[in-house]
Design a protein around this ligand. Sequence first.
Ligand code: ADP
Ligand code: MG
Length: 499
Amino acid sequence: MKDIYRLLKEHYGYDSFRPGQENIINAIIKGQDCLAVMPTGAGKSLCYQIPALFLPGTALVISPLVSLMHDQVMKLKEKGIPGAYINSTLTPRQTELALKRASEGRYKIVYAAPERLSSPDFLSFALKAELSLIAVDEAHCISQWGQDFRPDYLRIGEFISKLPKRPAAAAFTATATDKVREDIINYLSLRSPFEAATGFDRPNLYFALKSPADRIAAVCDCISRRSGESGIVYCNRRAEADRLAGILKSENIPAASYHAGLPDDERRRVQDGFIRGDIKVITATSAFGMGIDKPDVRFVIHFGMPRCLEDYYQQAGRAGRDNAAAYCLLLYDPADYYIHKTLISHMHEDDELTDSERRMKVEAAQLRLDQMNYYASSKTTCLRRRLVGYFGETTPYQCGNCSVCTGKDDPISSIRSGLDDTDRELCEKLRSYIRSAARLAGVPVYSVAGDEEMQRIAAEKPSDTESLRKIRGLSEMTIRRFGDGILSIVNEHVKIQNV
Ligand code: ADP
Ligand code: MG
């Protein structure tokens, strides 16, 4: 007997399914239609490939990613799964050959681009073939409410309705709001589909919202509590990213900016430096992150609000890929909403769209922005619940790991354990000295020393400049300008304690 676990082991070498996969696979095998919403990387391909292996006949996979089809089919071959693809990159001769073999039932999986569905040759194959299932990948492309609408996708429903024996149809996407889900179900005419939204929750990420008067100070504070750790600060504008990188560097934080306005070699240098760990903090526009696989990003700060939750979640989700605790902070200024709103109202003005097409796109973008703003102004609803809920997945009412649930906008508290009462007293003294010294010098407090550093000083009580240098996170600048003052406070404190 064929067993989905055996197929998983035999063809993929895996022992267990990821969240959601098994239910979706079982539904398809039973012949039920499906709508599966799972984030990128969650493993959607396997959800149609295993049923394709299990069921007799050929599975048809419709995908807009023409340039990836060759790769996908090669990967199938490596797994011992016979497959082919039909798209515009094939010559007429190659297409003919692929369709001939497909008609002979030689493939378990055939990938096709949506525009192929109305070609007579393809249709004549599909009408005669024994199709085990139809998988529609990147199904959000069918909806004008989604971000990358493809008119070709609207042909899929009609194509399916022409099939003499309609197999189960399964739609897959990483992003689906209620409207997009509705469109997918309606345009594909899915019949009481099994709906699964899963894998969005990232329990190791702490989500926080904050509306500080001084956003730069908030960024510096956050980073000073995490000295030595890698993080990304997303900005809405290139100039912001550049300026922020300058400020961080002036505070001895190894930072660099990254955006599309920089030359290729500079971008590569910054990216490599970040991956290696020489550059700790990247201040970037949304241009940064695609295809960058750095597992130990410990924090992602949004200096401004992005235009939609899809962007926000994708960017914030670059934190904590290693599953260790990581921190995602969104600095919210209501002004961002109006800036985006204005930009959206001028969207696609130069594109060749009809008025109603443009209006539709503008309205869809506006709705996405409203949802983003709704999240960013959340005061009482668990942030994780709201975020993950947007993608269709439900979580408990309180996650206990976001700023709404805990009431703390940073889980790393300013006073960490390890300080006894007298240390804490010393820490207070240092804090008040640094506050006034910074004021006198005309520099911000955080640029002299963050809470973390002050706690380390209080705990370790350095007696001379050499031992002060060993305090992690303390800049040479601070040591040069304020080192003597700090040391005299520590020495004074130690003397009093010893008396
Ligand atoms: P998606 O289409 O959802 O973005 P993919 O189908 O491309 O994701 O899968 C992403 C990666 O996850 C692939 O390398 C795949 O082999 C791997 N993967 C999928 N399912 C499992 C599993 N059950 N166990 C381990 N790895 C898996
Ligand atoms: Mg995929």
